[in-house]
Write a protein that binds this ligand. Structure first.
Ligand code: ADP
Length: 276
């Protein structure tokens, strides 16, 4: 592509107000031209890069809870592969049908499916300022594919925020967890009871309701002690090696996120906020 074509393409995508086309156009520019444009913008004080953050941690580690606060603070969308897959299962799409049984048993959905789900999603206009990934990447292969896809756009991951929580705490959290499907708000039969659950009563489908909407809460099909064992094993064997993979880039930040030994959730949030 010559300079004239680059300029014309940029002008056309700017004029069309189609941010996806603009991003695509930027990605299609020769690397040298893209680097010059980025450098020029940086030198003028414009940050050309998107804010690309990964919230990382074991199942039940608090990715949903702290992730929500992070996206509100940064004003970028949170992209959860778990939520995207659960939506596909609920909608009965082809992807959902493929993913359902793997997810219920605590296994991993195929890398190729997940990677294309995410690489398509981050081209959407709401990701123009950046995005936070939750539940992806989950294998070193996925991390490599993400690096490749971002590299092609002249971008890279800015930060991997790793929440650390001991297994016994995770088991208690997961096995007592009820969620509000629509909003993703999560409750706990002991630690975060919904208003609808009377003191001293056992949790049932009738008395577990979302505080804000009054809608019924549900249990996730994979939130059982049996499946959790498998999910944790997969987390330590396949997912945590990602931290070594990115350690060299100096972007991994670890946060102690156990709120049962003196630290409150607010203390944990403050240490996360300080890193943003
Ligand atoms: P968790 O509480 O285990 O972090 P998530 O909601 O992130 O749960 O994901 C639920 C399930 O969806 C996983 O156990 C897995 O089957 C599937 N899944 C989600 N993200 C990925 C991914 N990046 N790669 C493969 N499978 C995934």
């Amino acid at each position: 592509m010559g300079n004239g074509a680059i300029a014309a393409g940029l002008a056309a995508s700017l004029a069309s107000e189609d941010e996806t086309a603009l991003v695509k156009h930027f990605a299609a520019m020769p690397e040298e031209e893209r680097a010059r444009l980025t450098k020029a913008m940086d030198s003028l004080g414009y940050s050309a890069g998107r804010r690309i953050l990964i919230i990382f941690g074991p199942p039940g580690g608090g990715k949903g809870t702290y992730g929500e606060k992070i996206i509100n603070k940064l004003g970028v969308p949170g992209l959860s592969t778990g939520d995207m897959l659960r939506e596909a299962v609920a909608a009965g799409t082809e992807l959902g049908l493929k993913a359902k049984s793997v997810m219920e048993s605590g296994g991993f959905v195929d890398d190729a499916i997940i990677v294309s789900l995410i690489t398509e999603r981050i081209k959407q206009p709401d990701c123009a300022k950046g995005f936070m990934l939750d539940g992806f990447p989950r294998t070193v292969e996925q991390a490599g594919k993400l690096d490749e896809a971002l590299g092609a756009l002249g971008e890279s991951v800015n930060m991997v925020l790793a929440l650390e929580v001991p297994d016994d705490v995770l088991t208690v959290r997961i096995c007592g967890r009820w969620v509000h499907k629509e909003s993703g708000r999560s409750y706990h039969i002991k630690n975060k009871r919904p208003k609808s659950l009377p003191e001293g009563e056992k949790a049932t489908e009738e008395n577990m309701k979302d505080d804000e909407t009054g809608e019924p809460l549900m249990r996730r099909a994979d939130d059982t002690e049996e499946t959790l064992g498998k999910r944790l094993k997969a987390y330590y064997e396949k997912t945590t090696p990602i931290l070594d993979y990115w350690a060299k880039a100096g972007i991994v930040k670890k946060v102690e996120a156990d709120d049962t030994k003196g630290k409150t959730m607010d203390d944990i949030w403050k240490s996360i906020e300080a890193l943003l």
